[in-house]
Design a protein around this ligand. Structure first.
Ligand code: ZN
Ligand code: ZN
Length: 418
């Protein structure tokens, strides 16, 4: 693989890669002069890491600190590390990250590894390592999920990821295709990506403005294998596109993004729902999920593939069986139209309406910045170590907004805004 790497990287348009770096720094993070930046990335994404660091320093960044991971080193852990180590995580590192965020350091994550990397490893070890990691990461994750600081995720077309998405193509062709798909979804294949993002943010704000004016009590979904009522949290607020972090900086946390989303009520979800696309969860593909909710809690969960992993995830904690996010994405979104299954939530969640199990975003409440965790819970916000998005939208899904008085307003018809 190493010997092929230079050829493969040559398939990635350097001008577009540079624009992606610029968009990550200027739109995604909106990095401020003097602000430090903590960056995590797969080692394969080094060409993008270097360009981001350069744009960051040009924007006046204080110190840019990259932390790299590597697929082969990760696999070596699963194959050779002592068994007891799978219940541990480098908590010192996560504590340091939390400390950095407390000192207003911005956060950028690059995804690019093969999402199915761990699919051949012992699921027991994968689950234990994930749990240990989630617990250790919690103090840092809270600051990200709570938007204490400006943060952003972008993608890089790693070889093994590209081969997962375009399995029938040669490495160089697969990388070229994934690169173009990432550039197009991230809106950097246009002459002026920064203004393209300003227009896109305005369109998303139009949707959130309408939904926030309506103040629906619940959303009712109907479609094949789905009859689901999702109560919305008291004082919920719809978000989408750009977001103001608590440090006052307007950032675009996800690139790409097509969704508008808010917080469901953890106790008010009833009925059954089926997934419409496979979920790639930390190396395992979970497909054809169907679950039943009672009083907000999943009481029955099935999957045609990956059911054991799904049930392990649901047993992480009590909040893992409840919803923390509900998101609306039209079936005609550019990522959906591409028809590509990316095996990565950053992309796949933007192809379809979705819900997320686990932790809610405090940002998705009116005045959420000032609410205590107790107040958020009292208003229906869910708490969990996990946050896992999965897709329930298609061109056969209808969604009604249900007002407090029981009257209904069409929100989606056949997968599109009504
Ligand atoms: Zn989402
Ligand atoms: Zn989510």
């Amino acid at each position: 693989m190493t010997t092929h790497a230079p050829n493969v990287t040559a398939q990635i348009d350097p001008a577009k890669l540079d624009r992606l770096a610029e968009v990550a720094v200027r739109v995604g993070l909106n990095l401020q002069p003097g602000q430090d930046l903590l960056l995590t990335a797969p080692a394969a994404a080094l060409p993008l890491v270097r360009r981001i660091a350069r744009h960051a320093y040009e924007a006046g960044a204080g110190i840019v600190t990259p932390i790299l991971s590597d697929e082969e080193i990760t696999l070596n852990r699963y194959r050779f590390a002592p068994d007891a180590s799978f219940d541990r995580a480098p908590s010192w590192l996560f504590e340091g990250m939390a400390k950095a965020f407390s000192a207003n350091t911005a956060r950028l994550a690059i995804v690019g590894d093969n999402p199915m990397l761990l699919s051949g490893e012992d699921p027991e070890k994968v689950a234990r390592a994930n749990k240990a990691n989630s617990i250790a990461y919690q103090p840092a994750l809270e600051k990200i999920a709570g938007f204490d600081i400006n943060w952003n995720i972008v993608a890089y077309p790693g070889v093994s990821w590209a081969k997962q998405v375009f399995a029938d193509d040669e490495e160089s062709v697969a990388v070229a295709k994934l690169a173009e798909a990432i550039f197009s979804a991230s809106r950097v294949d246009v002459a002026d990506p920064v203004s393209a993002w300003q227009d896109h943010n305005k369109a998303l704000q139009g949707r959130t403005g309408w939904l926030n004016g309506e103040r629906f009590a619940a959303l009712h979904y109907t479609g094949p294998g789905t009859d689901l009522t999702i109560g919305l949290a008291d004082g919920h607020e719809w978000q989408g596109g750009a977001s103001v972090a608590k440090n006052g900086i307007v950032c675009n946390p996800n690139i790409p993004t097509e969704e508008v989303f808010t917080t469901p009520h953890a106790l008010r979800v009833e009925g059954h729902v089926s997934s419409t696309k496979p979920l790639s969860y930390q190396g395992t593909l979970i497909d054809e999920i169907s679950v039943r909710f009672e009083a907000g809690r999943i009481v029955e969960a099935k999957a045609a593939r990956g059911e054991a992993v799904l049930n392990k995830v649901l047993d992480t904690d009590d909040g893992a069986r409840r919803l923390g996010e509900v998101a609306l994405v039209p079936h005609s979104s550019p990522i959906s139209k591409s028809g590509i299954l990316f095996f990565n939530t950053l992309f796949d969640e933007n192809a379809s309406c979705h819900i997320a199990l686990g932790q809610c975003y405090s940002k998705c409440f009116v005045g959420g910045d000032r609410l205590t965790p107790e107040q958020i819970a009292a208003q229906g916000g869910n708490k969990s170590l996990i946050h896992i998005d999965w897709m329930i939208g298609s061109n056969r899904i209808d969604i009604d907004g249900v007002r407090a008085d029981g009257s209904r307003v069409p929100v989606f018809r056949q997968g599109e805004w009504a």
